[in-house]
Write a protein that binds this ligand. Structure first.
Ligand code: CA
Length: 651
């Protein structure tokens, strides 16, 4: 590039085919040691000069050396050393239009404290013992996704985790913890295991910027502020200063999760960066970001920056990153934050490339099918939002806000209600929840695309939402039996839906954040999993456990195919008080038909059962009746604020 361009001119140039033809490269990027030495490659297409700085540590020490990089083809800047620099820290000075910015490498695989400098790493040296044999458990017939945050999951003093490991990756290697270490009531991963979770979704574990890794050990943030996309977060390591430690400790956690029977899903945030002046920006100013017409930053994320996923080197960056986590860290699935900001072709390509390498649908992909503001992709680019779900691979899922809001009210308004908390139960809407809003009934191609949930880390916990709408005294910390009943009923409805089941950790024991809606930077004391509460409300968790187990056994409840919607044989409505759905299970299964009935009123509702004998599998009292079911026929009662799930006995 000869003459200086304005940001608005850069936008046009970066969007042009000419730019892509001239500068796209598939050459290796990053820093990697091999038998011949160490290689550095940075893509900086608009730079006039790039300098590599080498350091003995990741902190504030002076350079060991400075090296002028040589200009390669297609925007590459290269340098080779004839010795291994493994363990050496580095960054770049990138000069564009006479302005020099210091940056870490966007392709850094390791970094020092707070991610300011990359580190050259021999990745094989970070593998824990047994890593080569590490394999995920086989993908189960039904996914039950359990969302946790590394820090708040084990931070509680009652967690049974030794104090020095609480809130760290290392705590996830402990798979038999109990309340106060007394050996009675399971906590943390052993609790999730008992519940029936099959996938652990980790909230951001890549290196993020909002927590000072050298500061207060109790500092807390959810971590939706990426700094280094390809490096684990340092505050979760026992030592954030030595780049190899966080890598090894995260691998140890993944391996332990696999051994405990879980698959591991990472929450990935490729839609924005912590700051606009990120490593991506400093290496190639504006290239990775969408802009308004005047050249200023577009803000479709609501976080001040918006990644331009449709540009070829940006798409490559995101794809490379996903493949890297899948290959190097054995990650089994990815949850895309604000997936509605990424483009449809890229999401399909990611699924395709993962299928090609690991086997069809072996890696689970899903995301939020919305954005945080107005997105400005290149003209003609289709984004992976809810309205475009049917253009996505049928295996790519998305969070279903329809079911979430239908059951207990909108997340936008504290007072808004749904089926279980005063809004009334409507059979047509219930049927759509069961079908996962798929096919002709909604935005999803099939329940394979539907992530069915009631609460996630965002917005009120389910418990808090129910308290907000049901208890004028707003006693979040207490236990109101009406709220417990509504909570059970809400989950019973969810457990009858055909999409992928997703729950926020602790939802099953009435997790509360005391009515605070957005706790992304609230203290860990508010965010923490309260393991004493998991004991106090263990009956609620037990109710969840029974339904999860029941669901796993019934093919009609977990059908993810396009045929799933056709399983509904009949719908019955009693005013706005109750509704029932007759569902085709499988001819070959124990129960060829299931009857799902829900009563949201304070009076019992009588149901005339279809012909035949019916086993009572679950009701409002117990979700474990299926273990030794009572057989009934003729009529049945759905108790007030309760569910009744029946299975037709095979003739
Ligand atoms: Ca960090």
């Amino acid at each position: 590039m000869e003459k200086q361009m304005t940001p608005g001119q850069l936008k046009k140039w970066f969007d042009s085919e000419e730019f892509e033809q001239q500068y796209h490269t598939d050459a290796p990027l990053g820093a990697w040691p091999d038998a011949n030495g160490t290689h550095f490659a940075l893509w900086a297409p608009t730079a006039q000069e790039v300098r590599l700085n080498l350091y003995p540590d990741g902190g504030s020490s002076q350079e060991l050396r400075r090296v002028a990089m040589r200009r390669g083809e297609r925007g590459l800047w290269l340098h080779d050393e004839y010795s291994s620099l493994s363990g050496v820290y580095y960054d770049y000075d990138v000069t564009v239009d006479g302005h020099t910015r210091r940056t870490q490498d966007p392709y850094a695989r390791a970094c020092g404290v707070n991610g300011l400098r990359g580190m050259v790493v021999d990745l094989a040296g970070t593998d824990p013992e047994g890593w080569a044999q590490d394999v995920a458990p086989a993908r189960p017939a039904e996914d039950v996704i359990y969302e946790i945050h590394v820090k708040d999951f084990t931070w509680d003093p009652h967690s049974g985790v030794p104090e020095k490991l609480r809130g760290k990756f290392a705590a996830l290697t402990l798979t038999d913890t109990t309340l106060d270490d007394k050996g009675d009531h399971p906590t943390c991963l052993s609790h999730a295991k008992c519940l029936g979770a099959t996938h652990i979704q980790l909230m951001p574990v890549y290196d993020y910027g909002s927590v000072d890794e050298a500061g207060d050990p109790d500092a807390f943030n959810w971590g939706y502020d990426p700094v280094n996309y390809n490096v684990p977060e340092g505050s979760y390591a026992t030592d954030p200063y030595h780049g190899e430690v966080r890598i090894r400790e995260m691998k140890e956690a993944v391996m332990a999760l696999h051994r405990c029977g879980f698959r591991v899903i990472m929450d990935v945030v490729y839609n924005h960066t912590y700051q606009l002046e990120s490593c991506l920006f400093k290496a190639a100013p504006w290239y990775y970001y969408r802009q308004k017409e005047d050249g200023s930053a577009s803000n479709g994320s609501g976080c001040g920056s918006e990644i331009a996923s449709e540009r070829s080197m940006c798409a490559r960056y995101i794809l490379d990153s996903i493949l890297y986590w899948a290959e190097e860290y054995h990650i089994d699935g990815f949850r895309f934050d604000l997936m509605g900001m990424l483009d449809v072709p890229l999401m399909n390509r990611i699924q395709h490339e993962l299928d090609k390498r690991f086997g069809k649908d072996e890696k689970l992909l899903y995301g939020e099918p919305w954005a945080g503001g107005e997105c400005r992709p290149r003209a003609g680019v289709e984004l992976a939002h809810k309205g475009n779900m049917k253009k996505l691979d049928p295996a790519i899922g998305a969070f279903c806000d329809n079911t979430r809001d239908a059951v207990k009210g909108s997340v936008m308004d504290e007072r808004s209600t749904g089926f279980v908390n005063g809004g009334g139960l409507w059979a047509d809407s219930l049927a759509n929840c069961v079908r996962g809003w798929s096919g002709q009934y909604g935005d999803f191609a099939a329940p394979s695309q539907t992530i069915t949930y009631l609460s996630s880390h965002d917005d009120w916990t389910l418990w808090d939402k129910l308290v907000c709408t049901m208890d004028p005294g707003r006693d979040f910390a207490g236990r109101d039996e009406r709220v417990v009943q509504a909570n059970k009923l809400a989950f019973a409805i969810l457990a009858g839906c055909q999409g992928h089941l997703f729950t926020l950790s602790g939802e099953e024991f009435g997790r509360t954040k005391l009515g605070v809606k957005n706790t992304y930077n609230a203290p860990v004391t508010l965010n923490r999993m309260d393991w004493q509460r998991s004991y106090d409300n263990r009956d609620l968790a037990e109710y969840y456990r029974g339904l999860i187990a029941l669901r796993k056994q019934q093919p009609g409840l977990r059908d993810k195919s396009t045929a799933a919607a056709g399983r509904i044989r009949a719908i019955r409505q009693w005013d706005s008080r109750a509704a029932a759905i007759l569902l085709d299970n499988d001819e070959g299964s124990l129960y060829p038909e299931l009857l799902l009935a829900y009563n949201v009123s304070q009076q019992a509702v009588e149901v005339n059962l279809p012909e035949g004998d019916w086993d009572v599998l679950a009701n409002g009292e117990s979700s474990l009746l299926w273990q030794k079911p009572e057989t009934i026929s003729g009529k049945a009662q759905i108790a007030p604020m309760a569910t009744l799930i029946l299975g037709k006995v095979k003739q």
